[in-house]
Each structure stands twice: as structure tokens, then as C-alpha cells.
Design a protein around this ligand. Structure first.
Ligand code: NAI
Length: 350
């Protein structure tokens, strides 16, 4: 066994009781701290000795937090997405950032398909109706996936699994991605398209791109008009990929007949761990605050629409995936503590 060289204090945030037990068993010898909630400014004073921080996605690891942790050497987020971590600042401070790149490709793809099938066959409406003892069929007619075109925005790990599942349904598969790999296209039987053409041709659109400054409002008021009328759209990636105003408009105009959202643009105001409504924090910039409030109101319009299915950022949440997340996080920490190369280090793209 390789001798461990670093044994710093590790702080895990947003943890559940079973995760605490699992991590304690696997990380014997480390000083472990566990917090149910997100990283909070009020806890910072007690985190002086923390060398490794492991948040989930609701902790905003921003400049203020990073600057207040003098001994922090590593952040290992228990998620694939890392847009909640200020990577630039962390890198400048020589703090290594790792993620869990692979835990959930099938898991999230399966959830995307759960939403697609629920929308295409009106499962949510049928369930709600039969619960009331109403067994009528009117307005419950769905459509077949066989022979339809699915447009996958982001052909990475999750997108490829979506393509694999779509092949099983005998759908035509289109992918838009700035990086094209014809070998992948052959393997998963899809065709690359520009985003514009994908929007025009797809009956089902599903998003699997990362959220960053280049992908902010990738679907917006301008290009949402290109969508084939009557299509359905599913987003299990990040809320900020779609302008909420554009979604509401597309629904009102019948461009989209169904929407499945596991993520919302202002989800932190509805999807807190406690599942309570949280008051928005105003920035003091009237224009920005007005936009933010508008987004919050509009996302409630979506949540309350019977043509929209919202799940609470739950796509990753399968038993098998959660164990994989912890195992990879443990591996990241052990590799770092043994000065090994970090397989899952997130680097700034030049
Ligand atoms: P990945 O990094 O393997 O794939 C992302 C793909 O998107 C890459 O092929 C990349 O080239 C492509 N891409 C980048 N910019 C694009 C653009 N402008 N248009 C189209 N494609 C673009 O990531 P993976 O594992 O497939 O995950 C995708 C996203 O799913 C993550 O970034 C994360 O935000 C989200 N996610 C959501 C979860 C949930 O519970 N709802 C769980 C796990 C991930």
C-alpha cells in the first residue's frame, strides 16, 4: 500500500446520514467534518484548518469563501457540473478542483427519457386524473417516439447515453456539439447538426451541455422560434442554458407542446434542501434584480403549467449513482493525499 502523505481536515457539505456513515468507513485516519447544509459564511471561522472541501451543487464556492479558508488545498465537488465553484479564483490560489465526471451518464440519460416518455404519453396528466377516479381518455392522446427525431444538445457522456437509448426506440438521432467525433457518431448512430438545424428538425429536444459563459441562454428568445412547432423539450443539464422568458413564450405560442425540466434558471429559490421557498437576495443593481425577479415569477408559471413537468434537480439521484459519486470523491481525496496524478481534476479551458 502506498504511504499516505497528506492527512488534512476534510469538510463535507450537504451530506445525508447514510453518506456520513459511508465516508467515515472509507476515510479512516482523516479528520472529517460533516455539515447538512451548504457552505455558509457563518461556518467559515470554524473551517480554518480545512484542507479539502467537498460540496454538492447548492454551495456557492465563490471568491469570498475561498479567500476565507487559508489552508484549503483541494475542492472535490460531488457532482459533474462545477459551475458553482469559482474555478478561476481557485486555480489562481493554487487550490485543485476535482469533480465526478462519470457517475451518472446512464442515470441522467434515463431520467431525461423518463421525462420524454412522461410528456409523449401524458403520464403525469393520466396519473393525476386516475388518482381522482376519472378514467376518461380525452386529451390524453400521446405520440410514438419510433420514427421521430431527437435532437441532443451536447454529445458528451450523458448525450451519448441518450443517443444509445434513442436508438432502442428507433428514433433518428441528431447531435449538436462544437466538438465533432465521427467515430462516436458511427458508434451511436447519430448525425451532427448545427444547433439551428437541430432545433428546426427535432420532435424531441434534450439538453446535455455544460453551463458556462459560452452556453448561457444557449436557447434564447431568438433561436427558440426555430423549433419545429409541436416539439417537446427536456432540460436535465443546467437551468441557465435556457432563457426562462423564451420557454414561457414558446409554451404560450404552442411552439413547444410539452416541457420537462429537472433544472431551472433560478432553482436555488425553489429547490433548497429543505424544499422551502427562499427569498431572493437582491444585488442592488435595479436592472439585474428586475430580471431575476421576472425569472423567478416565470419559472413559477412553468411549474404550475400542466404541460410542464418539473423534477427537483433529481436526475442524478439513483441509488447506484450516489454510491459511484462517493467512491469517486474518495478516490479523488486519496489520490491527492498520496500526491498521485488527479484523474478528475478540472482545469480552465484555454
Ligand atoms: P460532458 O462534458 O461529458 O459533455 C458535455 C458535452 O457538451 C461535450 O461534448 C461538450 O463538447 C458539449 N458542449 C459544450 N458546449 C456546447 C454547446 N455550446 N452546444 C452543444 N454542446 C456543447 O458532460 P456530461 O457528463 O455529459 O454532463 C452534461 C451536463 O449535465 C453537466 O455539465 C451537468 O451540468 C449536467 N448534469 C446534470 C445532472 C442532474 O442531476 N440534473 C447530473 C449530472 C450532470
Amino acid at each position: 500500500m502506498i504511504k499516505e502523505t497528506k492527512k488534512p481536515e476534510l469538510a463535507f457539505f450537504e451530506t445525508e446520514a447514510w453518506e456520513v456513515e459511508y465516508l467515515k468507513k472509507k476515510l479512516k485516519g482523516f479528520k472529517l467534518r460533516f455539515f447538512d447544509g451548504v457552505v455558509d459564511k457563518k461556518d467559515l471561522k470554524t473551517l480554518n484548518n480545512v484542507g479539502v472541501l467537498s460540496p454538492f451543487i447548492y454551495s456557492k464556492i465563490n471568491k469570498d469563501i475561498l479567500a476565507a479558508l487559508p489552508n484549503l488545498k483541494m475542492i472535490t465537488t460531488r457532482s459533474t457540473g462545477f459551475d458553482h465553484v469559482d474555478l478561476k479564483f481557485a486555480t489562481a490560489q493554487k487550490i485543485k478542483v476535482c469533480n465526478v465526471p462519470f457517475y451518472g451518464e446512464n442515470t441522467v440519460a434515463e431520467h431525461a427519457f423518463a421525462l420524454i416518455l412522461a410528456l409523449s404519453r401524458n403520464i403525469h396528466l393520466s396519473h393525476e386524473r386516475t388518482m381522482r377516479g376519472d378514467f376518461r381518455l380525452d386529451c390524453l392522446q400521446g405520440f410514438d417516439l419510433k420514427g421521430k427525431t431527437i435532437g441532443i444538445i451536447g454529445g458528451g457522456h450523458i448525450g451519448q447515453h441518450v443517443a444509445r437509448i434513442a436508438n432502442g426506440f428507433e428514433m433518428n438521432v441528431l447531435v449538436s456539439d462544437p466538438y465533432r467525433d465521427q467515430k462516436l457518431a458511427k458508434k451511436f448512430k447519430f448525425k451532427y447538426e448545427t444547433l439551428e438545424n437541430l432545433l428546426k428538425k427535432s420532435d424531441v429536444i434534450t439538453l446535455h451541455a455544460p453551463y458556462n459563459k459560452h452556453t448561457h441562454h444557449l436557447i434564447n428568445r431568438k433561436n427558440i422560434k426555430l423549433i419545429k412547432p409541436g416539439a417537446i423539450l427536456v432540460n436535465t443539464a443546467r437551468g441557465g442554458l435556457i432563457d426562462t422568458t423564451a420557454l414561457v413564450e414558446a409554451l404560450r405560442k404552442g411552439i413547444l407542446t410539452g416541457i420537462g425540466l429537472d433544472v431551472l434558471e433560478a432553482e436555488k429559490y425553489v429547490f433548497k434542501e429543505e424544499r422551502e421557498l427562499v427569498c431572493p437576495q437582491f444585488t442592488g443593481n435595479p436592472r439585474q434584480d428586475k430580471e431575476w425577479l421576472k425569472t423567478i415569477v416565470e419559472q413559477h408559471v412553468l411549474i404550475n403549467s400542466e404541460r410542464v413537468i418539473v423534477t427537483p434537480h433529481n436526475a442524478f439521484n439513483s441509488r447506484e449513482a450516489l454510491i459511484r459519486i462517493l467512491d469517486t470523491t474518495i478516490e479523488n481525496i486519496l489520490d491527492w493525499s498520496k500526491n498521485k496524478k488527479l484523474k478528475n481534476q478540472v482545469l480552465i479551458k484555454k
